[in-house]
Ligand binder design. Sequence first.
Ligand code: NOJ
Length: 534
Amino acid sequence: MAAPHDWWRDAVIYQVYPRSFADGDGDGTGDLAGVRARLPYLAELGVDAVWFTPWYVSPLVDGGYDVADYRTVDPAFGTLAEAEKLIAEASGLGIRVIVDIVPNHVSDQHAWFRAALDAGPGSAERERFHFRPGRGAHGELPPNNWPSQFSGPTWTRVPDGEWYLHLFTPEQPDLNWAHPQVRREHEDVLRFWFSRGVAGVRIDSAALLAKDPALADFEEGVDPHPYIDQDDLHDIYRSWRAVADAYGAVFVGEVWLPDAERFARYLRPDELHTAFNFNFLACPWDPARLRRTIDDTLAEHAPVGAPATWVLCNHDVTRTVTRYGRTDTAFDFTTKAFGTPTDLALGTRRARAAALLTLALPGSVYVYQGEELGLPEADIPRARIQDPMHFRSGGTDPGRDGCRVPLPWAADAPHFGFGAPAEPWLPQPEDWARYAVDRQRADPESMLALYRTALALRRSEEGFGDGPLTWLPADEGVLAFARTGGLLCLANLSATPVALPPYETLLLASAPLDAAGRLPSDTTVWLRAPRNAG
Ligand code: NOJ
């Protein structure tokens, strides 16, 4: 096991999307009261920490990633005092809390942005954002051609004629990170939460903060990109690291960068502790590609001494069982599309196998709420869609609501026990009773039972978590590796059953072995090797 201060090197971190986890006051929106009531569930599941997506005051234009005040909790979710209680209660159960900081942009309702609009062109208030005159004879064209992170334009014009930059929606103006007040403010916000007992911070859009000072046009294939992965970011994160070190707190960066060497720079010893490994999430259920991604991930982390993170799902991507069940492989793996053909039984089988594969890898693992229940992506009726991504795509992209549906807790209760009397903010599919926590608790074959057993073993068996991984010779289509202490993991991604190596104990399998004791297709097993085999 890692030393106590290095808990994050092999932690299992559960992601709570507060709006959809549990509704304590019955108004249809999840809240902190709901989370507090369900903390025993998380303790029983066996997670080490919980990452909360933003709970701050927000108009919720982008699910809370449009923050109006970083120092208080949105009344829809509760109060700051309640967040403090939650942090203390979680800690009492051995669960650490990670909050989500959104430094790239604020809500258009944030005091700084309102002041900037009021103060007008040329004011000091506007310098904290990226305000510019437009191009064209009358300033009627946006200041540059930057592509958006969501679809649609990245500039919006205000009535006095200036334009402001927003990489996401117009309600999320980008901050100017070259401004000392912006840096000071965020360091202060970090201290605010660390001093309340928060053990870590997830950094939203971590590679986007710094912008080319000239705001020059984007040119395809020309490096550096004017707003992704600018070198100035590293100085920002070095100062953040100093703040975190004073509290023994840690960071996980949302860094979507395909270039391994550039990615690893964020993980140098004086920068971020960890960053999400999205290449693994984006990898299809293909043995050669998974093996290459695992190898590349471990190789890119090794020189900087940082542990890898493993993520199968989050609140931005199609849920795991739906992705793995896609029968039309022409789809890019993370694409969201209406009516994608899916085989849920196959997807569930693979998601079970993927869970055991992931939990056996060296490093920390993130579990997105509902993954432990095997929830599929829900089809949201068009009239109920809320995600701005849908609207900004002109209605062609279903957006991310399908992975954000309120959780089913009790099969026979109104709204499956999410909360009552009000309707949940997003509709739950009618057949979700079968995924309800109470039903899965009573079923030893359920996804929930698999996760609970796996997490318990991952804790009790010393070889899991941080440490070396050794690939073993294996049949075509099989990923087989050893961890220290004789732990073996075999994932069969081939179409036929394969024989197992000699073993002393079968610790856990994602599906039963066949009658001949072989590992069936789309199944992962954890074994303990015979002691004399070393
Ligand atoms: C990444 C977050 O995960 C996503 O939900 C959000 O829309 C964008 N960043 C913008 O903050």
